[in-house]
Design a protein. Structure first.
Length: 417
């Protein structure tokens, strides 16, 4: 998620555009491949150092290993750094000599803000074939219909179920509710990342989309479909008493891991801890609701090129090489599901039913709107849901509050530009 601090940092960054290297997205010579494709290795500049940042902590050593292989192959050097600081660090460093040429491994929801601030290059035509990737991951890389990053890996939530308590995953939420009355069901219910699919299932939406363009004045978080989503979530807490109003993700995870509950909604990031704890579980795509698949959030780890780089042709070649050579290693060390469809067909992935469940759910999902204004939805949605669950406001009031506060956040955000 994009924090308000990041938005503020980018506001400052936009005011100093022009310092340091040129930030234009078109280039020629060594800085760009004018035909839109990376040059053959023999045509690439040699003896240069490509500076790469990653926000993937566990996978950083593996990325460095393959970055060094690319460097040897092309006759260049790579300085790959795991960036421990917040995402705003790129916004502050992008135009300075300390900024990277490439960021490889960062959540896609940061890219819209960076692109709006002219901090990243548009991906030239021919660099990738969009049809080679999970559709939601490509959509996640676009801002106002233009591609500004390249998908690396995808993630989605899905349904975990304890095989000591239940035999099969329920096909519908009616079935889950019936089973969970005796066996238990929890998740981080007030977190809008998890709630989003329930809002979308019956026609709710954040911003209306038309051909890749989002209308921030058309907010669908107060319509009847959104209210149905809030109502079902409230029923999980106050009608069926599956979880307390103040449930947290950590508590829900702990209760599933220890075998106290049969059902849990989580993501690939939960798999290893459950395996280590000896929890007997399987994973399935989420049940349908009223005949509809939940359009859950598809998160995408992406790579992009700094608009101020002096090594553009090297940068794109590096990203393409890593996408082809490092996708499976990243999956093995960090459970990063490749965004590239051919990689998803590799035996290591295709023969893992848990991974296949995440891939299936991702096929029903979509990215959050890829515009900076999405940063303003998280707090109002979470706060209002918590008030509903504690019976302090009803669903209608929550819907109204979310829309009003989202609009106010956007107005404040615009005033700071």
């Amino acid at each position: 998620m994009i924090s308000s601090v990041l938005v503020a940092a980018l506001t400052v960054s936009m005011s100093v555009v022009g310092t340091g290297c040129s930030n234009k997205n078109s280039g020629t010579g060594n800085n760009a491949a004018s035909n839109g494709s990376t040059a053959a290795s023999s045509q690439l500049p040699k003896g240069r150092t490509l500076h790469v940042w990653t926000y993937m902590e566990t996978e950083a050593p593996t990325l460095k290993e393959y970055a060094d292989k690319w460097a040897k192959k092309t006759g260049n050097n790579v300085s790959l750094i795991y960036q421990k600081s917040s995402m705003q660090q790129f916004a502050q460093a992008a135009h300075s000599s300390s900024g990277p040429d490439v960021v490889y491994g960062i959540p896609n929801d940061n890219v819209a803000t960076f692109a709006t601030a002219d901090l990243v290059k548009e991906v030239p035509s021919g660099i990738i074939n969009e049809g080679d990737y999970t559709p939601a991951s490509v959509k996640a890389c676009k801002v106002n219909g233009k591609l500004y990053s390249i998908p690396i890996a995808i993630e989605s939530i899905a349904l975990f179920y304890n095989t000591d308590k239940v035999k099969d995953a329920p096909a519908t939420f009616d079935g889950l509710i019936s089973n969970a009355k005796n066996s238990g069901f929890m998740f981080d219910i007030s977190n809008f990342y998890y709630a989003y699919g329930f809002v979308r299932a019956n026609g709710g939406y954040v911003f209306k989309e038309n051909n890749g363009q989002y209308d921030v004045k058309d907010i669908g978080l107060g319509n009847d479909g959104a209210k149905k989503g809030y109502s079902l979530l409230n029923d999980f807490v106050n009608k069926y008493h599956f979880m307390p109003a103040d449930i947290t993700g950590d508590v829900a995870k702990s209760n599933f891991q220890s075998g106290k509950i049969a059902y849990y909604i989580g993501g690939p990031w939960d798999v290893e801890s459950f395996k280590s704890a000896g929890t007997h579980f399987k994973i399935a795509s989420l049940p349908t609701w009223n005949g509809n698949h939940l359009k859950t959030v598809v998160g995408t780890q992406v790579a992009f090129v700094n608009a101020s780089t002096k090594n553009e042709s090297l940068a794109w070649d590096f990203i393409k090489y890593m996408g082809d050579e490092c996708a499976l290693p990243l999956y093995k060390v960090g459970s990063r599901i490749p965004a590239k469809l051919t990689m998803q067909q590799k035996p290591e992935i295709k023969n893992d039913p848990n991974t296949e469940a995440f891939i299936e759910q991702a096929s029903y999902g979509e990215p959050m709107p890829t515009i900076p204004e999405i940063s303003q939805v998280w707090a109002p949605a979470q706060n209002s849901l918590k008030l509903v669950f504690t019976n302090k406001i009803n669903v209608d009031k929550a819907a109204s509050n979310i829309v009003t506060q989202l609009k106010q956040g956007i107005t404040t955000m615009d005033a700071g530009k």
